[in-house]
Design a binder for this molecule. Structure first.
Ligand SMILES: Cc1ncc(COP(=O)(O)O)c(C=O)c1O
Length: 443
């Protein structure tokens, strides 16, 4: 299929694979209350309650959660040294923070927020349905002999570019489920190796992510003992991610940040299929309303959310349909077609999408480690382009003017969501650093 994208200031750059900022014409004031949305914001609070309920069993399964009492959460770091290195030292950039999901315990990426949530919620439902757990029981019964025996008879499957597979695989194995992860050809070997060591069965497809998910779904349909975590459709994943918003809101308050019409909050979220950034953005809009401006970030050759949302088409568009290759070193974002569910939800809520070149990912990865010891994988560095796009680019200025924010730049807060990296093996990380250093040196 060859498709013509509508006339838009970002279109030519997008089609040529050059970095661009697209502004979403569908963004609506008070979009979170839009009656056409397929979900309700009360479900975010329900997810927060569920996370609280699961905390004791998470602490039992993952000793690294001892210190946080079972909470899977990440630090918010002010980019004091890093902003200098990135060229953001001018006061017109307001305050710049890193939300360090690269350091998230259990799975080392933002995918822990969705994958761990869905697996543990499924386990809870299964235990309840089999009379092994009731509302008043200790949730730690999920780790008891009876539950483990039950879970061992069931399989949890997922399709993944890597990190969702890690989070689902780790969670499933911790409870004693059999786990199968269908990996796309973009998946990095170290992620495959780590899963295999955990006893997860890895099926490697010589195909892209969408195809890996389709295979996993077909397998699931043929086997009733198999539960499929469906990254393209799962609301459970989405709401698991959404609970991160209240965590950030608390951290911003602690850092003395005000968010309101005069103090805008810009959030930059790396996007693959859209579930993780969509869930977080939705949660933030539910808390801060129009004062939160959520932007997705994608590689120049894999901007699936950008091309689909820009097209305005009813049927999902892929990056191949507009002549892009879906080739990128950012494995977590190597996705050709976004989730239809997330596209529907984000239509009135998303401020825009910008794209970044792979070389810049390695430059930012190097700067983050060198300036503030923030250890990233390439996908996780994508958001660092955000402040520059908003403050300096033509499209960014149009956005600020449109929203009456042009004279409020110095009162703004920018949050770059760094989505993964803690688990990258040292040898691999050093290769990333070498590539980044060479690029920084060459200018
Ligand atoms: C490090 C990292 N960042 C961002 C994403 C994007 O998440 P999603 O595919 O839910 O949009 C992924 C997905 O695997 C990831 O691994």
């Amino acid at each position: 299929m060859s498709v013509t994208l509508p006339n838009d200031p970002a279109r030519d750059d997008v089609l040529a694979g050059r970095p661009a900022l697209w502004l979403n014409p569908g963004l609506k004031p008070d979009g979170i209350c839009d009656p056409t949305l397929p979900i309700r914001s009360t479900e975010v609070a329900e997810a927060e309650d569920n996370w609280r309920l699961l905390a004791p069993v998470l602490k039992t399964c993952f000793p690294e959660l001892e210190a946080t009492n079972g909470k899977i959460h990440s630090p918010l770091i002010e980019a004091e040294d890093l902003r200098e290195a990135l060229g953001y030292s001018d006061p017109e950039y307001g305050r710049v923070f890193v939300k360090a999901d690269n350091d998230l315990p259990v799975a080392g990426s933002i995918k822990a927020r969705g994958g761990v949530y869905e697996v543990f919620m499924y386990a809870r439902q299964m235990a309840e349905a089999n009379g092994l757990l009731s509302a008043d029981d200790d949730i730690n019964l999920l780790t008891g002999d009876a539950a483990r025996k039950l879970f061992a008879q069931h399989t949890i499957a997922v399709g993944s570019t890597g990190n969702l597979g890690l989070s689902v695989g780790i969670a499933a194995r911790a409870l004693g489920f059999r786990a199968v992860v269908h990996m796309s050809s973009d998946a990095k070997q170290w992620k495959v190796d780590r899963l295999t060591r955990l006893g997860v069965e890895v099926v490697q497809h010589n195909a892209d992510y969408t195809t890996a998910v389709e295979h996993a779904r077909i397998d699931a349909e043929a086997d009733s003992s198999l539960y499929f975590v469906d990254d393209e459709r799962s609301q459970m994943l989405f709401f698991g991610y959404s609970a991160a918003a209240s965590e950030l809101a608390t951290q911003l308050t602690e850092a003395g940040v005000t968010v309101d019409d005069d103090h805008p909050l810009f959030i930059y979220l790396p996007c693959g299929i859209g579930g993780a950034p969509g869930g977080v953005a939705y949660g933030l809009k539910a808390i801060f309303g129009d004062a939160a401006h959520a932007f997705f970030v994608e590689p120049v050759q894999s901007p699936c959310a950008l091309v689909h949302m820009m097209s305005g088409a009813k049927d999902l568009l892929s990056v191949y349909d507009v002549g892009l290759t879906n080739r990128t070193e950012a494995d977590g974002m190597a996705v050709a077609r976004m989730s239809a569910f997330v596209a529907d939800v984000m239509k009135p809520l998303l401020s825009g999408v910008f794209t970044v070149a792979d070389d810049d990912l390695f430059r930012w990865l190097w700067h983050a480690q060198t300036a503030q010891s923030i250890r990233l994988e390439p996908s996780a560095a994508a958001g660092f382009a955000g402040p520059d796009f908003i403050v300096k680019s033509r499209q960014g200025r149009i956005y600020l003017n449109r929203h009456g924010l042009a004279d409020k730049r110095s009162q703004a807060t920018h949050v770059v969501w760094t989505t993964g990296g803690a688990f990258v093996p040292q040898e691999q990380f050093m290769r990333f650093m070498e590539r980044g250093a060479a690029l920084v040196k060459s200018g």
